[in-house]
Design a protein around this ligand. Structure first.
Ligand code: ATP
Length: 735
């Protein structure tokens, strides 16, 4: 229906113009016929664009019809083809301008362009919107995708501006290299002609001389062009990586939970490299090929029009084959890459959890899983090779067929004296080059779109606004460390209602303990206090001001956290204690280590504070890691200290010493999450949480007097510890 409506709207306009207006006004038109043809073409273009606009509006409302591109391209092609043809004919062959008009011609034009559009759509299904009449359904998703890809490409271009000078140099050398190369087949043909006819030494040496000059100049320019493009590519990759990393580390914690590490690292490594390649390498090769194709065709047209037309047939078939192949092959490449990534992920997961694998004797299952993943990759790769082989076969057969036809026609033209044999050789050389470059162009175009796709993904991360803003302005000189949770509600993206209307207070100079069954929401409260997430309702106040109004760096220097699993980084003990600080003195480091009761074991080490802790602190025991983590929190003189199960790996003596040292810090607000009774009962205030709610509050004495969850938790464990074993009592846990 849409197609019929399209024809019903366009055919009358076409007929009106070509059959009536065209003839009617001609007798009274005072200027050249060519200008009349151009004038008519523009008038017709305006009319057709108006009709197209009407159709577009109708289809936008009803949600059907053809794409915007088709509705623009069709009027442009149908209107401007005749004047362009007449002008080219006049300029190239000095043939007088003719006025082609009439109903039959108009109908023929509409039908011919319709068939061409249909054929185009068939040959390039993904690009059907570029020219096919019927693309059904407004702007298809691929068109939107491609438009987005081009938007990403122009953005990438923007990031390359810093290398403008190098890129301009590269383009200049590109043109020089192409111009030089273009003359080589010409002089080859000329040499053959000189040798075949009456031999003139001067002509021969002149031809050889120019050929050498052009060869040398083009080789030199090609080298400079390649070098400059590669240099641009390397610096663009580096710049993009830094910018992306900068954007990544600003994202909220939820982003890292919902995005796989492999995906982030592949954006950082593979995608950034691929996108800069699209600017440097792909654009370089694409442009080189484009310029070469245009130049080669100019030379070929100069030699023989018929032979050039025949070559165009080869070009069309080759380009069609390459496009179809590209789409299929790229799809396969993507599948192979995904499959390789899956097997790598699998291997990485097993290696990093080898202890678990070993203790559950799952080695055999893991090897089987890895083998299956590799087999899938192998299957896809075999398919990829097969597709490549079939494509090469089809391409070679086409090239061969066109060559035979060209030699046949060429031989006729030489026999008829229309071209010399030397010029036929030149033509064949040009034709071979043109074919190669058209294939490269189509391939590179596909690669550019593909790499622009990678760029789009990278820009998605680069432009992402962090879910939790870290731009607060507050940096007060003094801070009390008074914290209030007021009716806080919170859900994780993957888990609803984790905190339900939670309200409590942490007072300066006091130790508050957060206790309760596992999964009650204790660590979640800490995460909100650290601004890893944003609560959905309620507010968290620090000294009466919403916590999100504080400056990011300031807030984290005032609120220090020692988490459940102390995370250390590769580097010395000192570097780990001063992590994130630029100006911590050695005496401050030693003081913090002393308070964390870490001095003793550090001094026993060969290099003391300079000792390397290994990857993720792997060379230290868990208790030692925890003490370094405590020292790291204390070295920044926090006003609020959060210990989330921070002493779970410390022996009771050590914990006692650490707590003693901490209690001597004046005005420190301390929040302790612990399962160990000895730790909890010393707290000034205890908050009991269960299933995301605060169910009880008070000190140990008050809570023990009430018949509630706290009492039950304590009694349960106390009964267990009632055996009198000291060791057991030490590890007595509330839950
Ligand atoms: N990052 C997360 N994404 C989704 N759900 C989470 C996440 N972290 C915790 N949860 C869920 O939220 C709930 C509260 O977890 P939370 O870690 O705050 O409890 P907890 O009281 O600290 O437990 P534990 O004492 O075992 O550390 C749990 O049901 C947990 O499964």
């Amino acid at each position: 229906m849409d197609g019929l409506l399209f024809l019903l709207a366009f055919i009358p306009c076409e007929v009106l113009f070509s059959a009536s207006v065209a003839r009617l006004l001609l007798p009274v038109y005072p200027f050249e016929l060519l200008s009349y043809i151009w004038l008519l073409a523009f008038l017709k273009l305006l009319l057709l664009l108006g009709v197209a606009g009407g159709l577009r509006g109708k289809w936008q409302r009803s949600g059907g019809g053809f794409s915007t591109r088709t509705l623009t391209l069709w009027p442009v092609v149908v209107s401007l083809a005749p004047p362009v043809y007449e002008t080219a004919k006049l300029l190239a062959f000095r043939v007088p301008v003719e006025m082609h008009s009439g109903v039959h011609l108009s109908l023929l034009m509409v039908v011919a362009s319709g068939v061409a559009g249909w054929f185009w759509g068939l040959l390039w299904p993904c690009g059907s919107h570029q020219g096919s009449i019927k693309d059904g359904g407004g702007d298809p998703p691929e068109e939107k995708g491609r438009a987005k890809a081009w938007a990403a490409f122009s953005k990438l271009w923007h990031y390359s501006k810093e290398d403008k000078a190098y890129l301009s140099g590269a383009f200049l050398f590109l043109m020089l290299a192409v111009v030089g190369e273009m003359f080589i087949p010409y002089y080859t043909g000329r040499v053959i002609d000189i040798l075949g006819s009456k031999y003139k030494e001067a002509d021969f040496f002149a031809a050889i001389f120019f050929m050498s000059i052009f060869s040398m100049a083009s080789s030199l320019s090609a080298g400079c062009r390649g070098g400059l493009f590669m240099f641009t590519m390397a610096s663009l990759t580096r710049r993009l990586r830094v910018l992306l990393f900068q954007a990544l580390v600003r994202q909220e914690i939820g982003f890292f939970e919902s995005t796989k590490t492999g995906e982030i690292t592949s954006r950082l490594s593979a995608d950034t490299a691929r996108m800069s390649r699209s600017i440097a390498a792909n654009v370089n090769i694409f442009l080189r090929s484009l310029v070469k194709v245009v130049a080669t065709y100019a030379f070929m047209l100069n030699i023989s029009l018929q032979l050039t037309l025949l070559t165009s047939l080869d070009t069309l078939i080759t380009a069609g084959l390459q496009t179809v192949y590209n789409r299929y092959y790229e799809d396969l490449v993507k599948k192979v890459q995904d499959s390789i990534a899956r097997s790598n992920d699998l291997a990485g997961e097993v290696v990093s959890s080898i202890r678990t694998v070993r203790s559950f004797t799952a080695e055999r299952e893991e090897v089987d899983r890895y083998r299956a993943a590799l087999l899938e990759t192998h299957r896809l790769k075999t398919k990829q090779e097969m597709v490549q082989t079939l494509y090469l076969l089809a391409r070679r057969l086409t090239v061969l067929a066109v060559h035979v036809a060209m030699l046949y026609l060429g031989q006729h033209q030489v026999q008829n004296g229309r071209i010399s044999s030397g010029r036929l050789v030149s033509f064949i050389l040009y034709q071979m080059e043109a074919g190669d470059h058209i294939r490269t162009m189509v391939y590179m175009y596909g690669q550019m779109i593909l790499s622009v796709g990678a760029a789009e993904k990278v820009f998605q991360y680069m432009d992402r606004t962090p879910g939790v803003s870290i731009e607060g302005p507050l940096k007060p000189d003094t801070l009390q460390g008074h914290i209030q949770f007021k009716n806080v509600m919170f859900s994780y993206p993957s888990r609803k209602d984790v905190l339900k209307d939670v309200s409590f207070e942490l007072k300066p100079g006091k130790i508050t303990a957060l206790v309760g069954p596992s999964g009650g929401g204790k660590t979640t409260c800490v995460s909100l206090l650290q601004r890893f997430y944003e609560p959905q309702a309620g507010e968290i106040l620090l000294d009466g001001r919403p916590i999100d109004q504080y400056d990011h760096k300031y807030l984290h220097s005032k609120i220090s956290l020692v988490g459940q699993e102390p995370v250390l980084f590769t580097g010395s003990i000192k570097q780990n204690i001063t992590y994130g600080l630029q100006d911590a003195s050695m005496s401050k480091v030693k003081e913090a280590a002393e308070m964390a009761n870490a001095t003793q074991f550090i001094q026993k080490m060969e290099k003391a504070y300079e000792m390397d802790v290994g990857e993720q602190g792997g060379l230290l025991a868990r208790g030692q890691k925890q003490r370094i983590a405590v020292a790291r929190a204390l070295v920044r003189d926090p006003q609020v200290l959060i210990l989330d199960e921070a002493s779970s790996c410390l022996d009771v003596d050590t914990e006692h010493k650490v707590q003693g040292a901490l209690s001597r810090i004046p005005g420190l607000t301390m929040l302790v999450i612990a399962h160990r009774l000895k730790t909890v009962e010393k707290a000034d205030h205890i908050i009991v949480m269960e299933e995301g709610r605060v169910v009880q509050e008070g000190d140990h004495q008050q809570l023990m007097e009430k018949d509630g969850l706290y009492q039950r938790l304590v009694q349960r464990r106390f009964l267990e510890n009632g055996t009198g074993h000291r060791a057991k009592e030490d590890s007595a846990e509330i839950e």
